[in-house]
Design a protein around this ligand. Structure first.
Ligand SMILES: Nc1ncnc2c1ncn2[C@@H]1O[C@H](COP(=O)(O)OP(=O)(O)O)[C@@H](O)[C@H]1O
Ligand SMILES: [Mg+2]
Length: 243
C-alpha cells in the first residue's frame, strides 16, 4: 500500500480547554513516510496534542499544516477526508459490531467514489493485520485488547490515508502484547504510511520511531532522532529507570 505521502506539522500551537492552555507553544513536524513518536508522562498533554493535530480541538493560537495546506480551522471529518486518519485513545471501535463491519464503517466514513474498491482495500489492510483476518466474523468487543487495537488501526487505514495518528496504542496491554502491537505498527510504517504516535511506553514507542519528541508539562523538552532521545541521559534517568 503506497499512498501519496503527506507530512504533518504543528507550528507554535497553544491549546487547552475553556481558554486554559495545556500546550504552551508546541512545534514539530512529521515528514512524509516517517514515524514520529511523542512520549511524556501522564498528564503532560499528549492526548491534547493529538486532538489538536487531528482536528478534534481547535488551538487557541498557532497552526496545523497537513501537507501544503493550513488545516488549523478544519474539523476532524474534513481532515480525515484529506487523508489524516485518527485512532483515539479510547472508544476506538464499535464493540458490538463484527470486525468486518468495523472495517466497512472505516471505509465508508471517508472513501470517495474515486477510492479503490472496498475489496481491494480489505485485502491490502488484512495483509498488514493477518492476526485479524481469521476474526472477520467475530464480535469486535470479544477480541483481546491487542486485537481490538489492530481492528481500530485497520478500520482507520481502510480509506487509504496518508497519515495515521495513534494515541497510546499500547494502553492497557500486557508487555508482550504491546511488543506484538508495535511489530504490527512497524509493518504499517513500512507500507509507506506516515505515523504520528503518542505513547507512554517510552522504550517501545521510541524503538519504533524515526524521530522522538519528549513532551513535559505541555512543552517540548527534547526533539531529536529517536535513537538520540533513547540515549539521552536525562530521559533515561527520568523515564527509562536507568542510569
Ligand atoms: N476535556 C478536558 N477538559 C479539561 N481538562 C482536560 C481535558 N482533557 C484533558 N484535560 C487536562 O489536560 C491535561 C493534559 O491531559 P492529556 O492531554 O490527556 O495528557 P496525556 O495524554 O499526556 O496524559 C491534564 O491536566 C488533564 O486533566
Ligand atoms: Mg493521553
Amino acid at each position: 500500500m503506497t499512498t501519496s505521502a503527506t507530512g504533518l506539522e504543528l507550528r507554535d500551537v497553544v491549546a487547552g480547554y475553556g481558554g486554559h492552555p495545556i500546550l504552551h507553544g508546541v512545534s514539530f513536524s512529521v515528514r512524509a513516510g516517517e514515524t514520529l513518536v511523542v512520549v511524556g508522562p501522564n498528564g503532560s498533554g499528549k492526548s491534547t496534542l493529538m486532538k489538536t493535530a487531528v482536528g478534534l480541538l481547535r488551538p487557541i493560537s498557532g497552526q496545523v499544516l497537513f501537507g501544503e495546506a493550513n488545516v488549523t480551522t478544519l474539523g476532524a471529518p474534513a481532515r480525515a477526508a484529506r487523508g489524516l486518519a485518527n485512532v483515539p485513545q479510547e472508544a476506538n471501535i464499535f464493540r458490538n459490531m463484527t470486525v468486518l463491519e468495523n472495517l466497512q464503517v472505516g471505509y465508508e466514513f471517508v472513501a470517495s467514489h474515486s477510492a479503490p474498491s472496498f475489496g481491494k482495500r480489505l485485502d491490502a489492510v488484512l495483509d498488514l493485520f493477518p492476526e485479524i483476518r481469521a476474526k472477520l466474523r467475530s464480535t469486535a468487543g470479544y477480541l483481546s485488547g491487542g486485537q481490538r487495537q489492530m481492528v481500530a488501526m485497520a478500520a482507520a487505514l481502510m480509506p487509504e490515508p496518508s497519515v495515521l495518528a495513534l494515541d497510546e496504542p499500547s494502553a492497557g496491554l500486557s508487555p508482550r502484547n504491546a511488543e506484538i502491537l508495535f511489530e504490527v505498527i512497524g509493518r504499517v510504517a513500512a507500507s509507506g504510511v506516515t505515523l504520528l504516535i503518542v505513547e507512554q511506553n517510552t522504550r517501545l514507542g521510541l524503538g519504533a520511531a524515526d524521530h522522538g519528541v519528549v513532551l513535559v508539562g505541555g512543552r517540548i523538552r527534547l526533539a531529536a532522532p529517536a535513537a538520540e532521545v533513547l540515549a539521552d541521559p536525562d530521559i533515561r534517568r527520568l523515564y527509562l529507570g536507568g542510569a
